[in-house]
Ligand binder design. Structure first.
Ligand code: SF4
Length: 427
């Protein structure tokens, strides 16, 4: 058994060679994270400082959600040269002032940078400092970058949470050990985990991001943190800088992953074995039962992951170990070994791992492998479907609650559904 309580049946992929590619890539930029972050931090507002392209991306990516009062918007800064920068700053101040006058309930405003050259020239951290002088403490103004040059897709959340860490209060010296769960989770999943930690006698437990920006948990050398998402490398680094210590664990996908994730916290907080088993037994059994419905359909099927959300490695581990799927290739935009150590240990020997992307070469490998299921971004799905490959949109895996015991069946269903659809079309 490894420290997280998971039986190792393979020697894993900790030392396995990784194919590193640095070619053209097909991944959303970090602005996309706003779609789930604005729902999570309920008194925050995300003001994208960008171009019409950014506004269109957000509109189409979030277009399915209709809000009377949306909590994100784009300040369009375009066609200004360096001489026009003073105007751009004035324009930004005007937009923020107008917004906060109209929406006094906003307690935290993020200025989110993007990649048009007009925006790169703007110093958003200075702008945030200047606006803070005017609006803090009623409204705090922070900034981070969601630019497509610096971030892919889920890295937007990493940049946002890393910007929040300096705002977290200092845990008083001598405070009892506390647990911090790091990474956005759907509220329903957060509530389930909170109940499990309560039943295990682990506490106090904080979540980053919190539901309200005024409830940022304290952090300090007595904080132990569990990552709920694998793509938070910068957030981890800044938390460690504040003295918090990361607990190594696989991510809470499936019965096994969830148990191992909870066990890492239980071991750290001295929960005895019998209590751990008693608290987790029912959930684990329910998850296993839910997964058994998909076993027959998914076992033996091959799956190919294009790099997209950075969830690829934990998901592949779940699919191979709990549903007996065969892994053709796991592509991930970045492979953070520190964040994925416990996951790499659990992958089958010989798994093909690739980091970054050279999209044409990877498409060739996918065509040669002819996987039963391909997980990829929206841009690749249609062409691959036209070539007869069955695809799953990676973005759905980020938007759907998939962590924890109660969601294990839903997670398996997400992979079974496209295969069902393909089977029905064949008939
Ligand atoms: Fe496009 Fe850059 Fe705006 Fe993202 S940030 S939508 S990549 S222009």
């Amino acid at each position: 058994m490894n420290p997280a309580g998971v039986a190792r049946v393979t020697t894993g992929c900790s030392e396995a060679p990784v194919l590193r590619e640095r070619g053209q890539r097909e991944v959303f930029c970090g602005l996309t994270g706003i779609i789930w972050l604005h729902r999570k931090i309920q008194d925050a507002f995300f003001l994208i400082v960008g171009s019409r392209t950014c506004a269109h991306l957000m509109q189409s990516a979030a277009g399915v959600m209709i809000f009377a009062e949306p909590r994100f918007a784009t300040a369009v800064i375009e066609e200004r040269d360096l001489a026009g920068m003073a105007d751009a700053n004035e324009e930004l101040d005007r937009v923020v002032t107008q917004l906060l006058a109209r929406r006094p309930e906003i307690k935290l405003l993020f200025l989110v940078g993007s990649c048009p050259s007009e925006v790169i020239k703007l110093d958003l951290s200075r702008a945030a400092g200047r606006l803070n002088e005017k609006f803090a403490p009623t409204t705090r103004i922070l900034n981070y970058s969601g630019s497509g040059i610096e971030t892919t897709f889920t890295q937007g959340e990493d940049a946002c949470l890393a910007a929040l860490v300096p705002e977290m209060p200092e845990a008083p010296a001598g405070a009892p050990a506390s647990l911090l769960v790091v990474g956005s989770l759907a509220d329903v999943v957060e509530d389930q985990f909170r109940r499990l930690f309560d039943d295990l006698g682990i506490g106090p437990v904080g979540f980053l991001p919190p539901r309200s920006s005024t409830e940022l948990p304290a952090v300090g050398p007595n904080t132990r943190f569990l990552m709920a998402q694998p793509y938070l490398a910068e957030t981890r680094r800044v938390l460690e800088k504040r003295g918090a210590q990361a607990l190594q664990a696989p991510y809470p996908f499936g019965a096994e992953g969830t148990t191992a994730w909870l066990k890492a916290a239980a071991d750290c907080f001295g929960v005895d074995e019998s209590r751990f088993t008693a608290v987790t037994a029912l959930g684990r059994e329910r998850a296993k039962r839910a997964l058994s419905h998909y076993q027959q359909q998914l076992a033996g099927k091959s799956i190919f992951f294009f790099p997209d959300s950075q969830l690829e490695i934990p998901l592949a581990r779940f699919l191979s170990r709990e549903l007996s799927m065969r892994i053709a290739e796991i592509g991930t935009p970045y492979l953070h070994r520190q964040n994925l150590a416990a996951e790499l240990d659990l992958l089958p020997d010989g798994t093909v791992l690739s980091e970054g992307q050279d999209v044409d070469r990877q498409l060739d490998r996918a065509r040669a492998a002819r996987p039963d299921l391909t997980v990829c971004g929206l841009g690749l799905a249609n062409p691959l479907e036209a070539e007869g490959l069955t695809t799953k949109w990676a973005i759905e895996l980020v938007f759907t609650p998939i962590q924890g015991y109660e969601q294990a069946g839903d997670l398996a269903e997400l992979f079974a559904r496209p295969l069902n659809r393909a089977a029905r079309l064949e008939v």
